[in-house]
Design a binder for this molecule. Structure first.
Ligand code: GLY
Length: 280
């Protein structure tokens, strides 16, 4: 049984525990703030962090609906996010470094997910892999070849310092109708790749298309039960990257759904306002 909610007082929670039949309880701190991800290359006790990313787990606009594998994400033209200070980013990296100090034999990508609270970043979870969609934000703006990290780690040599081109990214997934609770799998879809290129050209940026869970058969492309494909806009600022991603999604045709609000000025500003209100 899981007990959560704004209105659960300490007294009510204590009474609930006293009256229950269970012998053991896990009580978690409720974290209020903005979630973000920092991924890092790790080998031989060294940590090479990449820019922070904000993923959007909820299915519908305005962070409504059930959790998904991630409907899209954005990163800014630099290591931080608009609602985050440089110091807070470095605090998150310090946490990754502390984990690696405790696990000096770990080699690979370390994914740290944090909640930025009024008291600074707090850990939500770690993964021993890239994030999906967060990898699609950081790898396209990384100038250092990915292979350099792999080769250095394998040879036991120092990891390179990653260089990034300081552009912003917005990633949006196109998903089957009904995803995630009742996805319309097996529906034929059409993806117009020329629309993706045109979106990039119109805004003097880049647009990338990543196929995800689709079934190519019988000369067509069909949905499965998971996310179908993602587009990533890359530009000098989040607003332009969002415009590219949004226009590129015209490639999606009928039968797919996207979260239009990811990376929009309105949504990003609401994150900034949220953190400002928590810090007051
Ligand atoms: N974006 C969440 C994850 O990759 O676990």
């Amino acid at each position: 049984m899981r007990v959560t909610g704004d209105q659960v007082s300490h007294e009510a929670a204590a009474a609930y525990v006293r009256e229950s039949d269970h012998d053991e309880w896990v009580i978690e701190e409720r974290l209020v703030g903005e979630e973000f991800t920092v991924q890092a290359f790790v080998a031989d006790g060294e940590v090479r962090p990449t820019p922070a990313v904000q993923d959007h787990k909820r299915a519908y606009e305005g962070d409504e609906g059930p959790n998904t594998g991630g409907m899209g994400s954005y990163s800014d033209a630099g290591p931080t996010l608009p609602f985050m200070t440089q110091a807070e980013y470095h605090d998150a990296v310090d946490v990754l470094e502390a984990v690696v100090d405790a696990l000096p034999e770990y080699t690979g990508v370390l994914y740290g997910q944090f909640m930025l609270t009024a008291e600074g970043p707090k850990v939500v979870e770690f993964n021993a892999r890239f994030g999906d969609p967060e990898a699609m934000n950081v790898l396209p703006v990384m100038e250092t070849p990915l292979l350099d990290f792999v080769v250095a780690a394998r040879a036991g040599e120092p990891l390179p310092e990653p260089r990034f081109d300081n552009r912003a990214t917005v990633c949006k997934y196109a998903v089957p109708a009904g995803y995630p609770t009742d996805p319309d799998s097996g529906a034929e879809i059409a993806v117009d790749e020329s629309t993706v290129d045109a979106a990039a050209a119109a805004h003097d940026g880049d647009a990338l298309l990543f196929y995800a869970s689709v079934d190519a058969r019988d000369g067509g492309l069909f949905t499965t039960t998971s996310r179908s494909f993602a587009v990533v806009g890359v530009a000098d600022d989040i607003r332009t990257a969002e415009a590219i991603a949004s226009e590129a999604l015209a490639a999606a045709g009928d039968g797919l759904r996207v979260r239009e609000d990811i990376g929009t000025e309105e949504l990003v500003n609401s994150r900034v306002d949220h953190m400002a209100s928590l810090r007051d």
